[in-house]
Design a protein around this ligand. Structure first.
Ligand SMILES: [Zn+2]
Length: 381
């Protein structure tokens, strides 16, 4: 009997553990802090589509009419709600809850005044440190579509590309659900997490996000991968190890002809010869040596990407001279050096311009992902 009880209790424990685990398909909503880098004292909320009601922690439920202007103000730690300028309630927590299948709203900080934004689904407002703490409680795919539109709209209208972007952002979301858990939410709306400055209203973006529902990228051990990307690889992507010193099996250099001749494929920069040489002098090189001077003004990566120039990491040179990439050649040009470079960004993972090119050439979205991330698989979770 004891044994049976043990088995039953073990079974229940296992079941509850399984149930507690989040998968990309079973998360109902995510909590995203919006205007996270701002101190806001008062906001204006206006429903744009769908039906909303206000729920306060005092148990009130107040319907919000379509054209109603809801103002929420922090008054020394408590919240004052006004609808069309008459005070409705004072409370410490407000939920603005949508009913129905689809709903979105407009939110505009009044104090200080900041351009309005639109978001989908629900809103939760509390007071923290005498300012409003605003959380968008949103369905994951609505959030992802918003992120994709905030970060990548404008480069193409190809749906497959937005599908890839949504999958990459979903990977990030799944790996970072606990990033702000100490503060009571999942992710913030800034570049610290993923920029989320709007709801998506571009058809291609929303279709890309919804059609990839539940899809994530895993490595050969089943882990959700870190989906790094950059603007253009210059024709060869970079090993993660060469940039951050840590080897990542799926972030290894690949030949990338798709990035060639795209918008950010090539760049040039002129630097005063004196500044160029003095920089390396500052790094401890003896620039009086003819051999060293020659190496510094005749540097070439024609035969393939290099990681350093006379022992100085190219990532450091890139940062110090604000270069578009580490993939460049140097030649003397009068009183200057001319840097002729390829690519834009750190070069690790997926080249966005290359991915767009692949999509436009008719490759499947998963073929694009498998081209840039080695040995991975796209699965529906
Ligand atoms: Zn964050």
């Amino acid at each position: 009997m004891k044994k049976v009880l043990l088995i039953i209790s073990l079974l229940f424990t296992t079941l509850s553990i399984c149930k507690a685990q989040n998968t990309a398909s079973n998360i109902d909503n995510v909590r995203i802090r919006i205007f996270s880098d701002k101190q806001i004292e008062e906001v204006l909320f206006v429903p744009s589509f769908g039906q909303y009601y206000i729920e306060t922690d005092k148990g009130e439920k107040i319907k919000v009419n379509k054209t109603a202007k809801v103002k929420i103000k922090d008054l020394d730690g408590s919240l004052e709600i006004k609808i069309n300028d008459s005070t409705i309630s004072k409370t410490s927590k407000i939920n603005l809850i949508a009913t129905g299948l689809k709903a979105f709203f407009q939110i505009a900080p009044i104090k200080p005044q900041i351009t309005e934004r639109r978001y989908e689904d629900n809103l939760e407002i509390t007071s923290k440190n005498n300012s409003l703490f605003i959380i968008n409680v949103v369905k994951p795919d609505n959030y992802l579509a918003g992120v994709v539109q905030s970060e990548t709209w404008g480069a193409t209208t190809n749906i497959d590309f937005f599908k890839i972007q949504a999958i990459c952002c979903r990977n990030y979301m799944m790996n970072n659900l606990e990033k702000h858990s100490n503060e009571g939410y999942n992710l913030c709306d800034g570049v610290h997490c993923q920029a989320y400055k709007t709801r998506a209203n571009k058809k291609e973006v929303t279709e890309g996000a919804y059609k990839s529902k539940g899809e994530i990228i895993i490595d050969s051990e089943g882990n959700i991968i870190e989906t790094l990307f950059h603007s253009n690889s210059g024709g060869t992507t970079v090993n993660a190890k060469d940039v951050w010193g840590k080897e990542v099996p799926y972030l290894v250099s690949v030949e990338d002809s798709f990035s060639v001749e795209c918008k950010n494929y090539q760049w040039e920069k002129y630097i005063k010869l004196r500044d160029w040489l003095n920089y390396f002098k500052g790094k401890g090189l003896n620039i009086k040596s003819k051999e060293i001077e020659d190496a510094l003004i005749n540097f070439s990566q024609e035969s393939g990407r290099k990681t350093e120039i006379l022992g100085i990491p190219l990532t450091t040179v890139r940062k110090d001279f604000n270069l578009k990439s580490t993939y460049f050649n140097v030649q003397k040009w009068g009183g200057e050096v001319k840097l002729t470079g390829k690519g834009y960004g750190h070069g690790v993972g997926m080249s966005q311009e290359g991915a767009i090119k692949m999509c436009e050439e008719g490759y499947e979205y998963w073929e694009v992902i498998e081209h840039y991330f080695k040995g991975v698989k796209v699965i529906k979770q």
